[in-house]
Write a protein that binds this ligand. Structure first.
Ligand code: SR1
Ligand code: MG
Length: 423
């Protein structure tokens, strides 16, 4: 299960070997049809994997294959087993959210490939948001995705043995969890050769982070929560680079970090990435003020996502109170459960705030950054956007009670965005 897991016939695919790969699989060949005139492109631009698009007259597919190391840092070994976890996650959730993920055609345990539907005309959501494109169905779609994936794999819906069995299928995704444990909860708070930030402008803030004991305690508490609370089967990397969108459609991709963890980790990842996009907008303006309207839209999106998620999650709980968590026999009085739902959702919200704060800091001071900020060409401008957002990320971790509900989070973001900062 570790990085030395290597099936006997594993070979990284190349554009020149894809035809052969298709011809060796009846299933895939059937989808593609005649391979004589196919077009093949390697398009992977993430941190980890190879991604090929194949187009024939009949159909188009996407083949994703892990490498035994990090694509962006070749001397960092990484288990091939991750594609197994990704395909397991997609299979499990295809019951609940089939229309919110690409269709999977094949998982090849030898080559570790996942062959799936090629999404078109979808693009990576992060790219769309950087260009200030609005996705009007997104709040509806992603709140459904999170409510269903998190509820249906929790103790609220499953019997204890079913949940433990599911958990056991992901329990050894330890290498991917370790990336998160190091890159999100540890490295940004100390010296690490892989860390980077907009220097020299953010040098002072980086030092303050390293010297802030309250912050290091807060992030370590979040790390403990991440490592020990097996609440639901998480996507594990639910940022806007793991979501593809078209005008009216949303598809969640890339669940290779899947594992059983605290629900707020997925919700927080999404909120953090939308907040980072909000703070990056000034840096993408050609004329000052032109993104004002879009920034309002992003904040409203954050608000809608949380409210819809909360409602949908509680509705699922009302409809399927089947899990061992709150045995039905104990609660004849529905009001008691209603009250407890509020409490439960408040806890998810509180966790989401902390995790979102940690996710913000890692993307500004850690190893893997977001293009939302990285694509701001002017260093000073980028530093200003990042600094304001990082101030929010720090507060969200040390003073989560300041953000008791989603409107207080939004007000705080507006206030920090209006701060005048100069370097
Ligand atoms: C070393 S991989 C860096 C990051 O890329 C993925 O998207 C995850 O967020 C991971 O932490
Ligand atoms: Mg990914």
């Amino acid at each position: 299960m570790s990085s030395n897991f290597k099936p006997k016939n594993y070979q990284p695919l190349e554009v020149s070997t894809i035809k052969n790969f298709i011809e060796n699989s009846d299933k895939i060949k059937n989808i593609i049809g005649d391979t004589k005139e196919i077009e093949i492109k390697e398009v992977g631009d993430g941190n980890l994997n190879l991604v090929f698009f194949v187009e024939s007259k009949k159909n188009s597919i996407c083949i994703k294959q892990p490498l035994p190391y990090l694509r962006v840092l070749k001397d960092w070994p990484l288990t091939l087993k991750r594609s197994y976890y990704e395909s397991e996650y997609m299979n499990i959730h295809s019951n609940h959210v089939a229309d919110l993920m690409p269709k999977i055609y094949d998982f090849d345990p030898e080559l570790c490939t996942i062959t799936m539907e090629k999404l078109s005309p979808h693009i990576i959501m992060r790219h769309g948001l950087i260009n200030a494109t609005k996705y009007e169905n997104f709040a509806e779609d992603i709140s459904t995705f999170m409510a269903k994936t998190l509820f249906f794999t929790s103790d609220l819906y499953l019997k204890a043995d079913q949940k433990k069995e599911l958990n056991s299928r992901f329990i050894m995704n330890t290498e991917l969890c370790k990336i998160t444990e190091d890159l999100i909860f540890t490295d940004p708070y100390m010296y690490n050769k892989n860390n980077r930030w907009t220097t020299p402008h953010l040098d002072k803030q980086k030092k303050e982070i390293e010297n802030n004991d309250d912050l290091k305690i807060a992030v370590s508490r979040l790390k403990i929560k991440f490592m020990s609370e097996s609440q639901s089967l998480l996507h594990g990397d639910l940022h806007t680079g793991s979501i593809m969108v078209s005008e009216n459609d949303t598809k969640v991709i890339d669940p290779e970090f899947a594992f059983y963890g605290p629900m707020g980790f997925d919700v927080g990842a999404l909120l953090a990435n939308l907040l980072m996009n909000f703070f990056s907008q000034n840096g993408h303006e050609k004329n000052s003020g032109e993104r004002k309207e879009f920034k309002k839209w992003i904040l409203n999106l954050i608000n809608m996502i949380w409210i819809k998620f909360e409602n949908k999650f509680c509705n699922l709980w009302d409809e399927y109170p089947e899990g061992d968590g709150y045995p039905r026999q104990l609660f004849n009085n529905k009001q008691i459960i209603k009250r407890e739902q509020k409490n439960y959702l408040q806890n998810i919200y509180n966790d989401s705030i902390g995790f979102a704060g940690a996710k913000i800091i890692r993307r500004i001071f850690g190893f893997a950054h977001n293009i939302d900020f990285d694509w701001i060409k002017d260093d000073k401008m980028r530093a200003i956007c990042e600094n304001k957002c990082a101030n929010l990320g720090i507060e969200m971790q040390i003073n989560p009670s300041k953000f008791k509900d989603i409107s207080s989070l939004i007000e705080a973001a507006i206030k920090l965005d209006n701060d005048s900062i100069s370097f």
